[in-house]
Design a protein around this ligand. Sequence first.
Ligand code: SF4
Length: 471
Amino acid sequence: MGKHLLSKSTFIRGMQCQKSLYLHKKRPFLRDKISPEQLAKFKRGTDVGVLARDLFPGGVDMSPKSPAQYQQKREETAAALSDPTIQVIYEAVVQYDDVLIMLDILMRDGDKWKAIEVKSSLKISSTYLQDAALQYYVLKNAGIDMSDFSLMFVNSDYLLDEKLELDQLFIIQSVIGHTETHLEDTAKKIALCKQTLNLQKSPEIDIGLQCNEPYPCDFKGHCWKSVPADAVLYTTATDEETRFLMFHEMESKSATCSNNSLNERIEHQINALKNGSFLIDKKNLPTKLEGINFEKAIFVKALYYKPAVPVLNQTKPYQPIPLALALSYFENNSWKTSSMHCANDLSDWKKVVLFAARFLQEEKTIFVYGDSDLCDIISSVVQRPKPEERLLDLEKLLHDLDFFYGNPSGLNPFDLAVSAFLPEEKLPKNEVWLIKDLLESGTEKSSNVLKHLEKYPQLMLAMMKKLFDMA
Ligand code: SF4
C-alpha cells in the first residue's frame, strides 16, 4: 500500500475549501505566519485524549513517533486487529482509499469492533460528525467489522467532587447512524479532494465565508492580498454574508446595494478606512458616564485558566479560575497599578479575588474589557457591595458607541481599540502568552508577566480618558 494522500485534518481542510487543501499540500510556503494563540499552545493540564484511555485500560498504543512511522504502525495495527489477545488499541493507524486515520480508541465487541473518537470540547459539532464519517468510512472499507462508532466529549455539567470520575466527566454518544448514512457521500468528498490534488494549479475559488468558517484559514494572506484596505469586506455595518455579496458585486460592477441607510453607514466606514481614522457615535454615551470622575473609578484586567478537566474541587470543565489580576486606581493624588497571581498554587485563587475586593469594596465604578466572568467571581467571594451595577465593560461600551476602526490585519478587539485611540502606544503582550508564561515558567518570570499584565488596566484608563476628551 502506498503513502496516503489525505489525513483526517487535510480532509477537513478540503471540506472547508478545496483551494486551502491544494495550497496546504502543494504551496505550504504561502501559509500565513502562525498567530500568537497557535504559537502559545501549551499543555492545558491533562491531555483529554490520553485521560480518556483510562476508561478502557490495557490497550496497545500505536501512536507513531513521527510521520516516518505511519506505514510501520499501520502494519502493527493490522497485526493487533487479528491478535485475539488484544482487546483495546489506542491510536489505531488504518488506511483506505489513500486516506490514513489514527483512531483514539478501538475495542473488541465480541467478534466486531467499537470505535471511540475523543474530543476535548463540550458538544458535538458538524465538523466532528464529518470527521467521524471519514473515520468510519476508512475503518469499514478497510475490512474492520464495526459494531459502533461513538464520539466522546466533555460533560459541561460535571462537578469535580474530590476524586475525578472519568465515567461522569465524559459523555459517549453513538453516531453510527450518521456515519452509516454518509458512506457514499464521504466517498464522493474523498474523490473530490484527490481530484483537487491532481490539478496543475490551485482551483479558482473566490474568497468567501469559507475563509473564516469553521476555522480561520491560514492562506488569507495569499488569497486576500489584492483586496484593497478600504474594501467593503473590512466594514462592520452589515453581516459577513452581505459584505461578501456586495464585494463580489462591486468587483463585477454589476449592482449596488439598494438599502440607502445601510449604504450610508458603509460609506462612512469606507471613508474611515480610506483616511485611517475611526468612528464613534458619541450620542450613544450612557448617561451614567456623564461627568464621570475617573479618580473614582478602577480599571481591572484578569487572566483566567480554563482547564478542560477540572483541577480544583467543586469546579466544572472549562470553568474560569482567576490566575492573575491587575488593577489601576487613584490613591494619594496619583494613579497606581497593583497586581497579583496564584500560578504556583491555583487553589489560592480566592486570595487573588480578595486582593481585588480590597479595592473594589469602595463605591467605585469598575471598568473591565470584554470580561463576563469577573462579576460572578467577585460576587462568589465578596458578599457586598455587589459589583454588578458598578461594573462597566469597555468592549460593550465601544460596541454601543458604534466604534469602528479598520482591521485588515485581524487584530483582537482590545488591540484594535488601543491602535485606534492610542496609536502611539505599543500593543500589550497577548494574554495567551501571559497565561502560558505564568503556568509554565518559574516564579522568577512571574513578576515580569505581571508587569505586562499591568499594561492592560493602564491602557484602559488611557483609552477612556481619550474617549471622554473627545466627547
Ligand atoms: S483564504 Fe479563503 S479562498 Fe483562500 S484558501 Fe483559504 S478558505 Fe480558500
